[in-house]
Write a protein that binds this ligand. Structure first.
Ligand code: DON
Length: 303
C-alpha cells in the first residue's frame, strides 16, 4: 500500500492543531523546543518508510523508550520480570507515587515511571550497561547507526529528577530494586534522552508488528510476548488517558513527553508521530489527532 497520499491528507487535516497544547515544562531542555513542528511516518513490515512533515527530524524519545526497554528485558531475562511489575492501567499520571505504598512497592505497569525504573533495573542486572544496550538495540532495529543520546536532555533530567529518585528509593525500600539507586537513575535518564526521528521510531518498532521478529529476521520475542507487549501498550501506554486513546485511535501506542507517539497495527505496519505540544496527560495533541485520523480513514485498528 502507498501510504504517502494518506499521510499528506492527515498532515493537512491536523495542521490547525499543530502548536496547540504545551511542550513539557518540567524538563527545561524540552520546554525550549519549537512547538510548531509536526512529523508522521509509517513503516511497512519490510521496512519501507513513508513520511510527511518533520518525519526525519530527531527529537527526544523520552518514555517511548520504555517499550523498547521492556522488550529487551523480556528477551534477555524472560517473564520473571512480571513478578516485580504489574500489567494493569494505573489511572494515575506517569510520575505518580500514590499507588506504590498501597501496593507494596510493586508498580502497576512497566510504562509508568516506577515500572520503567524496575525494567531498567532488570536490564542493568542482565546486561551491565542498560542504556548503552538499549541504544545499540535501537540502532540495529532502526538501521540508523547515528542514533545517540542528547547530553543536554540527560543533564536536565538529572537535575530535575527528584521525583524519579523518590520512586526508585521507595521501591528499593521494598527490595524491588537490585542495583544502587544512583546507577539505576543514571541509566534511566540516559535512556529517556535518546534522540530519534519518526522514521527511526517507526522502523525500530517493527518487531511489534512482525509478531516478535527483528529487522534481520531473527526472533526477539515469542509471538505470545509480542502480543503481550502490544496489549500492555494498548491498556497502559498513554497513562491516565489510555481509555481515551483506545477510544479515539484503537491501536497499541506509547507516548513520550518529547511529543512523540509510536503505534502498532499488528501484522500490517507501525506508525510514529511527533509534535511537541502536549495535552494535560502528557500526550501530543496533534500526534493523537493524526493517529485518530489514520485509523478513521483506513479502518486499520485492532477493533
Ligand atoms: O521520567 C521522566 O520524567 C521523563 N524523562 C520521561 C517521561 C515521559 O516521557 C512520560 N511520558 N509521557
Amino acid at each position: 500500500m502507498d501510504y504517502q497520499p494518506l499521510l499528506e491528507q492527515i498532515a493537512a487535516d491536523v495542521a490547525p492543531l499543530v502548536g496547540g497544547g504545551t511542550p513539557a515544562e518540567y524538563i527545561p531542555a524540552l520546554a525550549s523546543v519549537d512547538p510548531g513542528q509536526f512529523g508522521m511516518a509509517v513503516a511497512d513490515l519490510d521496512g519501507k518508510v513513508y513520511g510527511v512533515g518533520d518525519w526525519q527530524v530527531p527529537f527526544s524519545a523520552q518514555s517511548i523508550t520504555k517499550v523498547f526497554a521492556l522488550a529487551l528485558a523480556l528477551a534477555e531475562g524472560g517473564d520473571s520480570l512480571w513478578e516485580r511489575v504489574g500489567r494493569e492501567p494505573s489511572g494515575n499520571p506517569f510520575n505518580s507515587l500514590v499507588q506504590l505504598e498501597y501496593e507494596n512497592g510493586v508498580p502497576r505497569n512497566p510504562f509508568i515511571n516506577a515500572g520503567a525504573l524496575v525494567v531498567t533495573d532488570r536490564l542493568q542486572t542482565l546486561t551491565g550497561d542498560a542504556s548503552s544496550e538499549l541504544l545499540e538495540f535501537l540502532r540495529q532495529e532502526s538501521g540508523n547507526p547515528e542514533l545517540g543520546f542528547d547530553a543536554e536532555v540527560a543533564a536536565s533530567e538529572q537535575s530535575h529528577g527528584d521525583r524519579n529518585a523518590a520512586l526508585a528509593h521507595f521501591m528499593a525500600s521494598y527490595g524491588n530494586i537490585d542495583n544502587p539507586v544512583p546507577t539505576l537513575l543514571d541509566h534511566y535518564f540516559w535512556q529517556c534522552a535518546i534522540e530519534m526521528s519518526c522514521a527511526d521510531l517507526a522502523r525500530a518498532a517493527r518487531f511489534l508488528a512482525r509478531h516478535g521478529l527483528r529487522a534481520d529476521g531473527s526472533r526477539l520475542l515469542t509471538r505470545s510476548e509480542a502480543k503481550q507487549v502490544n496489549a500492555v501498550m494498548l491498556t497502559c501506554g498513554t497513562y491516565d488517558a489510555a481509555g481515551e486513546f483506545a477510544y479515539r485511535v484503537g491501536l497499541p501506542g506509547k507516548s513520550g513527553v518529547g511529543g512523540g507517539i509510536v503505534a502498532v497495527v499488528p501484522g500490517v505496519c507501525t506508525l510514529a508521530v511527533w509534535s511537541p505540544g502536549l495535552d494535560p496527560h502528557g500526550n501530543s495533541v496533534a500526534g493523537v489527532a493524526s493517529l485518530d485520523r489514520f485509523t478513521t480513514l483506513t479502518g486499520l485498528s485492532v477493533f
